[in-house]
Design a binder for this molecule. Structure first.
Ligand code: HSE
Length: 313
């Protein structure tokens, strides 16, 4: 058996409502594990993909050409690896097609683990393009709003025009995220293809105002400004109908005092930001609204400065 390392990478909230494809937030306590082991044979293999129940995953491929984790690792190994190869074992903790950055978490955890097997590991931010290569295969687009927070933790500004550069954004004090995952699935690649290609100047100006205002509000820990600006007037209206419980869950969040609520990535997960002291009750209210429609769900409460990818013993 060759040298082996295990890495964890968290799930994440893509878009954070205001910043389509360019703002993402890491989540606490939910993510994927990847065990990477050096092997004598050249090439990248995937010997195991386990689902949330610990059983072999029914859908994710072990074919290294069709797995986000191995595609990411292959790109890294081509640039920095040696004549030996690497085997990956992927233990999913993030549900598939959940809007929680599932493919990004696998790509990031795998890249982070394999980086440690290199003679001289790269600085963590330099792994971004490799993890993105895997994510791009899964989601059908080049957007870093799941990969960047999963790799780096916290809230990251990562527009395509700046990549591979990203910017860590200040997060407000005393605010937590609540994320609810209804037992539904949305395929991100399909959801992206359905989006309108053109928007009015009026819509663009309104969304820009919310985005800029939200970032300023976070930096100043101005909760009332977060409440005024955590809004998506362009993408959420186009995607909400694909998540049958969205309106009811958002309504429950707003009634429960949330600072704002929107889809996480392309959904079906729904997130809210709230004063930290209200987060537990808010999660319960959002879950109840979802279950009242006969849809089972799970929720998490997270700080806004959750750690990014890291090694595990
Ligand atoms: N920004 C992407 C989208 C994230 O909304 O399509 C998907 O998780």
């Amino acid at each position: 058996m060759g040298e082996s390392v295990t890495a964890f990478a968290p799930a994440s909230i893509g878009n954070v409502g205001v910043g389509f494809d360019m703002l993402g937030l890491a989540l606490d306590g939910v993510g994927d594990h990847v065990i990477a082991r050096r092997k004598d044979q050249p090439g990248i293999s995937v010997s195991e993909v386990l689902g949330l129940d610990g059983a072999p995953h029914p859908y994710l491929s072990k074919d290294p050409e069709h797995n986000t984790a191995s595609i990411a690792v292959k790109a890294l190994w081509n640039d920095y690896g040696d004549d030996h190869g690497v085997d990956l074992r992927i233990h999913k903790g993030v549900p598939l097609q959940s809007g929680m950055g599932s493919s990004a978490a696998s790509a990031v955890a795998a890249t982070f683990a394999v980086n440690q097997l290199l003679g001289t590991p790269l600085p963590t931010p330099n792994l971004l393009p490799y993890a993105l290569a895997g994510e791009q295969y899964a989601s059908g687009g080049l957007h870093a709003d799941n990969v960047a927070p999963s790799l780096l933790g916290g809230m990251i500004y990562c527009p395509k025009v700046l990549l591979p550069e990203t910017v860590r954004m200040p997060v407000p004090k005393g605010v937590s995220a609540v994320l609810i995952h209804p037992e539904l699935q949305v395929n991100t690649a399909h959801a992206r293809r359905k989006l309108a290609k053109a928007y009015s100047m009026e819509q663009w100006l309104e969304q820009q105002a919310y985005f800029g205002g939200f970032l300023a509000a976070c930096a100043a820990s101005d909760l009332e400004l977060i409440r005024k600006t955590l809004k998506d007037v362009i993408v959420e209206p186009q995607r909400a109908s694909a998540v049958s419980c969205f309106a009811a869950v958002k309504d429950a969040a707003v009634r429960g005092g949330a600072l704002g609520c929107s889809l996480s990535g392309s959904g079906p997960s729904i997130f809210a930001l709230t004063e930290s002291g209200k987060a537990g009750n808010l999660a319960t209210a959002m879950e109840q609204a979802c279950r009242s429609l006969g849809i089972d769900c799970q929720s998490w409460v997270s700080s806004l400065d959750a750690p990014g990818a890291h090694l595990e013993a």
